[in-house]
Design a protein around this ligand. Structure first.
Ligand code: HMG
Ligand code: MG
Length: 284
């Protein structure tokens, strides 16, 4: 039997958060409903962040309210602080994601906090989540390069990943936010992180700005990672990271993994349908 590699779908959140057009809630719901039929175990649906900072995610509660939830799919949302956590819980998410950075420049730009201030903000979220058995995933951004601070030392990534893991994140997703990572820089970063967090608790979240995301997935596979984030249609990027373009396209990651002989559990026809839908959302 083929070995299973999971793709964590982040398109409705990371794919859409940066779109200039105000996307109607109904279109977002239709995209999530299509993705729910594709066979994902986890789908990131939205963010409970300040609508002044990311207007596109302001309707995440409405999206979560009206999607058709499929048994066995965990619907996730980002929360930067307790207010976001409470909003996400009220919207009945199945899991939360907190998001830190390995570089100070991006941390300040994205969440207006230093790395250590952000960790302090996350502590009450993890404590509250533990009380209600809510799984929390942790992101570390800028794992190889930062648009403000330049190359990120691998040891700093390891430090932040270890902190999120020790606080109770069940998985740490390693974000090449601006897609500048190469197999060499990703391998160096993973070597440091793997001293702190085991490979089955990591995910590779590689943006494809530099066209190296699939190569970066290959090197990560060779180092034991078995979860990768993708955004259907290859949309996305972070509004607070200049130069962050598309996420790696889920359908490309799926085709690549299948060609390598892995089982992803995904239906490529439904994925193609979702990718068409996502790309049309970009152009309006
Ligand atoms: P701030 O301005 O420092 O904090 O923002 P604040 O407490 O003064 O709040 C500002 C306003 O937002 C206030 O409203 C708050 O009430 C409100 P006002 O009084 O001015 O009317 N507010 C909220 N509203 C709704 N939900 C909330 C919330 N919190 C405060 N949860 C803050 C700090 C963290 C809120 C802000 O910086 C923020 O929302 N940042 C989010 C940025 C973001 O979502 N970035 C994209 C996601 S990260 C990413 O894409 C990277 C990733 O994909 C991995 C990778 O690729 O590397 C995950
Ligand atoms: Mg991202």
């Amino acid at each position: 039997m083929s070995e299973f590699v999971e793709i964590f779908e982040v398109g409705p959140r990371d794919g859409l958060q940066n779109e200039a057009r105000e996307i109607p809630t109904a279109e977002k719901i239709a995209l999530v409903d299509c993705l729910s039929r594709a066979g994902f175990q986890r789908i990131e649906v939205g963010s409970f962040v300040s609508p002044k900072w990311v207007p596109q995610m302001a309707d995440s509660d409405a999206v979560l309210k009206d999607i058709k939830r499929v048994d066995g799919v965990s619907y996730a949302a980002l929360a930067p602080n307790m207010r976001g956590y409470e909003g996400a819980v009220a919207a009945k998410v199945d899991e939360i994601a907190i998001f830190a950075s390995a570089s100070e420049g991006f941390s300040k730009s994205n969440i207006n906090a230093t790395i250590s201030e952000s960790i302090e903000r996350f502590k009450p979220i993890l404590k509250a989540a533990r009380h209600i058995d809510m799984p929390v995933r942790g992101y570390v951004s800028c794992v190889t390069d930062c648009p403000f601070d330049g190359p990120t030392p691998p040891q700093k990534v390891a430090e932040v990943a270890a902190e999120l893991f020790a606080l109770g994140c069940y998985e740490v997703s390693l974000g090449d936010t601006i897609g500048k990572g190469t197999p060499d820089s990703i391998a160096k970063m993973l070597l440091a992180v793997l001293n702190e967090v085991p490979p089955h608790r990591l995910s590779g979240h590689y943006h494809d700005t530099g066209g190296r995301a699939l190569d970066n997935i290959d090197v990560s596979l060779s180092m034991g990672l078995r979860v990768f984030d993708g955004a259907v249609g290859g949309l996305g990027g972070c509004p607070y990271a200049p130069g962050a373009e598309g996420n790696v396209a889920t359908e490309a990651v799926n085709a690549h993994l299948v060609a390598l002989g892995y089982d992803t559990g995904l239906d490529s026809d439904v994925l193609a349908e979702a990718a068409t839908m996502a790309r049309a959302m970009r152009t309006g």
